[in-house]
Design a protein around this ligand. Structure first.
Ligand code: ADP
Length: 265
């Protein structure tokens, strides 16, 4: 296909004829891929360096001015623990992303009971919701819904979406499940999982880029809540691996709906 963005590549010069155009597009693609790799490495380095710089600063302070101040020492150690946890989460998410990406072409085959997975997602996140003053509500059909998939990865999808809804949302999060015999999004029998919040919503300019690595709509809030900026990128790869789709609808001032559609088999 030729609707790749054509950029000027030094050294190639004027393009005449089909063969030259093909090699032109090829070089452009390769250039884009290596540019993306460079951007990724730069982002990772920056994200790791920020907490690292803070840690180094506090070590200096503990060695010097705060040496004999027990109260200050305790406070600084708490902050240092927080920064170390942030680095740990980032490395954990990077490893998850790597694993998910490397498995993306292998279709998972286990039977996953969605009702059970959603119930345990809610249970795991109940303490976070309580701390934020958010009410979690689960709506599932009485008869269980099962998909072919990877149970841990699907649980990670639900956890990431509900965790975001708690972190960025309002005071209520609904988690809904239903199945249909023919879902237009995947043109097959499928389950739909929806995470609905009544928070501030997301400005439409951010929506197309939301699943990019390290992309944040509200950078300040993300960092304050300990976000790595990788949660939705991980979700996207897991959903792809399950041949599913993800949709985001959001109304500023009203809230957001994240929908995951998974083919039943
Ligand atoms: P993070 O670690 O920053 O949460 P994610 O990839 O999970 O990274 O999410 C990317 C960004 O999308 C977040 O930083 C946040 O700005 C935005 N976002 C995700 N979910 C919601 C939501 N339910 N309401 C508002 N903004 C959201």
């Amino acid at each position: 296909s030729f609707d790749v963005t054509l950029r000027y590549v030094p050294g190639i010069g004027a393009v005449n004829g089909g063969a030259a155009l093909l090699s032109f597009v090829d070089v452009t693609d390769r250039e884009q891929a290596s540019q993306m790799r460079r951007d990724f490495v730069a982002n990772v380095s920056h994200e790791l360096r920020t907490p690292l710089t803070a840690l180094m600063g506090f070590i200096e302070t503990l060695r010097g001015p705060a040496r004999d101040d027990a109260k200050a020492r305790d406070r600084f150690l708490d902050i240092m623990e927080g920064e170390a946890n942030r680095m740990n989460r980032l490395v954990g998410d990077l490893l998850s992303l790597n694993r998910v990406e490397s498995e993306e072409r292998v279709r998972p085959k286990e039977d996953v009971d969605l009702n059970g997975r959603l119930a345990s997602t809610i249970k795991t996140l109940e303490p976070l919701a309580a701390a934020q003053g958010t009410v979690l509500e689960l709506y599932v059909p009485e008869e269980g819904i099962t998909v072919k998939g990877d149970p841990d990865q699907l649980q990670q999808v639900f956890t990431n979406l509900v965790e975001n809804a708690i972190k960025y949302g309002g005071d209520k999060v609904e988690l809904r499940l239903h199945a249909s015999e023919r879902d237009p999004a995947v043109r097959a029998a499928a389950a739909r999982i929806q995470v609905i919040d009544n928070g501030p919503g997301i400005d439409p300019v951010h929506l197309p880029r939301l699943t990019e690595r390290f992309y944040r709509a509200d950078s300040h809030r993300s960092r304050e809540m300990g976000g790595t900026g990788l949660g939705l990128a991980i979700v996207k790869h897991i959903v792809n691996r399950h041949r599913g789709r993800m949709r985001v609808e959001s109304h500023v001032g009203k809230g957001s709906v994240f929908t995951v559609i998974l083919p039943l088999c």
